[in-house]
Design a protein around this ligand. Structure first.
Ligand code: BYC
Length: 482
């Protein structure tokens, strides 16, 4: 019985999937490896490739002690294939095959659907690295620079995770998909990434923190849904990815929290009570709260699009097939088949937004999106609004209505304000800058993006973290620049 907690670090590709015993797969992955490194050097972080970065690397998959920290040059990072341990006797938790033994091989009838899900998941990982590639030049501290690169190497490892599944279980098709994952480019006109939000720009650090707060949280929800999969290798890889993903969301949550702390502290010491006194707040070298709200409006609405349409036969088929479940499916108390159940969905009917009960199977994207909204809402309260309230400033960041600024689903065809009130096209055009960052707002944020490279120092617009990574002291040299 192999110990699938231990990672074999001897070969080119660290793994706990017994790569040595599968020479055909090992060869395929070793052939993909140079293209991958080429992609990393070409499309990964711009510069800093010879800097020594204090990174964590996964060395096991058990709950405690799975990671070790140390200085690494990014191209030398040990990207590997790590699956959570197999659960003895696991059964398919939902859908038409509920209760059957989980599949260790791809079920023929679901091959295309499964390949599509894995490819879409895989496509987002390198996309995010591409989106963030120029941020190193303007990092507000060495601590943040290190966090950026930690996210980047781990998203790239998640690409490895999906490429492993494609190459091991999908033969030639899988190898072609793996090549295509390196061929598509975020924002490229001819060969864009598959999902909308992954073709948007991440032009500054506020966008990076908002992205890791909102869009990585979509990652969390989707990975949870895939972790329920009846296809056991997918479930196991997603379960391990979730342990890494948690740190990415922490970076977003605490990153925005630190921006708010800097703003509130600067307002207090300058005696500014009115958060809407934007010019005076900006003159202090911090980001005003209304701009934070507009950025949140933008990233939240872009992320909602990643859940697909409210009503989806793709989602229904994936559920019935036992491929993609609901968030925390195994903790839900119902029949896990949903053949007779209904679910409330917001829909557009005769020019109005109405709530309608629809068959629950068709509304699985909506349900996951609702779970996402609840999760994001509680994080906004816990991590952001508490900081503003503690500073005694009368302001709350809120999440906009789900009909606001949408490009996918029911509300893609209308315009609405952040309260969900429908607007005519002309009204939207006139009022857009009330809700979303204006060119002037973006220019102001861009003007703050000056690198800070001294140990223990931070840009004016962001407070230092409470504790260091791996409990390191405040002046720790997280990145040794070459
Ligand atoms: N942009 O039935 P529909 C992460 C397409 S993030 C463009 O409404 P479905 C991460 C859709 O593909 C998590 N196209 O939706 C975060 C379909 O096209 P096909 C990523 C879109 O299929 C940060 C058609 O519209 N993982 O990990 O039920 C950093 C009709 O689709 C979009 C996953 O998403 C869009 N926004 O659901 C790094 C999990 N939305 O196939 C990483 C895997 C929909 O008919 N993916 N379309 O040609 C899925 O579960 C599903 O593909 C989706 C869409 C939830 C994305």
């Amino acid at each position: 019985m192999p110990n699938d907690m231990a990672v074999d670090y001897d070969g080119l590709i660290p793994n706990n999937v017994g790569l040595n015993a599968d020479p055909r797969l090992r060869r395929a992955l070793e052939q993909w490896h140079p293209s991958y490194l080429g992609w990393w050097m070409d499309r990964g972080p711009d510069g800093f490739q010879s800097a020594e970065i204090y990174l964590r690397t996964a060395v096991g998959v058990d709950q405690e002690g799975w990671a070790k920290f140390g200085y690494v040059r990014m191209p030398d990072y040990r990207w590997g294939i790590l699956l959570a341990p197999q659960v003895e006797g696991r059964t398919i938790p939902f859908g038409a095959h509920k209760g059957e033994r989980a599949w260790q091989e791809v079920p023929g009838e679901y091959r295309a659907m499964l390949r599509r899900l894995i490819t879409v998941q895989g496509d987002t990982e390198p996309a995010s690295v591409e989106q963030q590639r120029r941020l190193g030049a303007t990092a507000p501290s060495l601590y943040d620079l290190r966090n950026l690169f930690q996210v980047n190497v781990e998203e790239a490892r998640h690409l490895w995770a999906m490429v492993y599944l494609l190459q091991k279980y999908f033969g030639r098709d899988g190898r072609e998909e793996a090549e295509d994952l390196l061929r598509r480019r975020s924002g490229d006109r001819d060969s864009p990434r598959l999902l909308g939000a992954f073709n948007e720009r991440t032009p500054d650090w506020l966008a990076f923190f908002m992205f890791t707060f909102f869009t990585d949280r979509d990652g969390k929800m989707q990975l949870h849904a895939l972790a329920q999969s009846g296809f056991d290798p997918l479930s196991r890889t997603c379960r391990f990815m979730l342990t890494e993903e948690a740190h990415h969301m922490f970076i977003g949550q605490s990153g925005i929290g630190r921006v708010l702390e800097a703003t509130c502290a600067a307002m207090k010491s300058a005696g500014i009570d009115d958060p809407h006194d934007i010019a005076r707040v900006r003159a202090l070298g911090v980001i005003d709260l209304p701009t934070m709200q507009k950025r949140a409006n933008m990233h939240f609405s872009l992320t909602l699009d990643l859940f697909g349409s409210e009503l989806s036969t793709n989602a229904a088929n994936a559920f019935q097939g036992g491929l993609k479940g609901r968030y925390l499916e195994d903790q839900i108390d119902d029949d896990h088949a949903l053949l007779a159940a209904t679910y409330p969905v917001l829909r557009l009917k005769d020019g109005e937004i109405v709530r309608e009960e629809v068959p629950a199977l068709s509304a699985l994207n909506m349900r996951l999106r609702d779970d996402f909204v609840a999760d994001a809402q509680s994080a906004v309260e816990r991590w952001w609004n508490r900081i503003i309230a503690r500073a005694g400033i009368d302001y709350r960041i809120t999440l906009p209505h789900v009909a606001f600024n949408r490009r996918i689903g029911e509300f893609a065809v209308i315009e609405a304000d952040t309260e969900g009130k429908l607007l005519s096209t002309a009204e939207w055009a006139r009022r857009r800058d009330e809700f979303l960052p204006s060119a002037a707002d973006d220019e102001f944020v861009a003007s703050l993006m000056k690198p800070v490279r001294e140990k223990g120092k931070f840009a004016s617009w962001i407070a230092p973290p409470r504790t260091g990574i791996d409990n390191k002291p405040g002046d720790f040299e997280y990145v040794k620049l070459a």
